[in-house]
Design a protein around this ligand. Sequence first.
Ligand code: FES
Length: 118
Amino acid sequence: MSFHPICGLDELDPKEPLKVETADRELAVFNVEGEIYVIDDRCTHGPGSLSEGDLDGYVIECDFHQGGFDIRTGEAVIPPCMIPVRTYAVKVVDGKVLVDFDKPAITCANKVSAAEST
Ligand code: FES
């Protein structure tokens, strides 16, 4: 129902996903040319950590079995992944990345330009 800060915008490397751990979640955070996306870090196919995968455009490839997900929608786009990964609504305020854990990105603004945050 509300947005919670998970990291600073300046912690995000455009080339490397960031793993963020909260009290009850592990998240993978992406900065794609200033657009911020947050998904569950755990691959839905197995024990892979998506923040350790390779990002190609908007597709994160799990380094465990090379399955993939669209980070904008959570859709499984490369087998063996079949089950979508959870996405979260994101906004950026005062240089901080905020996430609403109750809203998937697809029903909200699923991308937030970092430039809009200032
Ligand atoms: Fe991620 Fe199998 S654990 S593709």
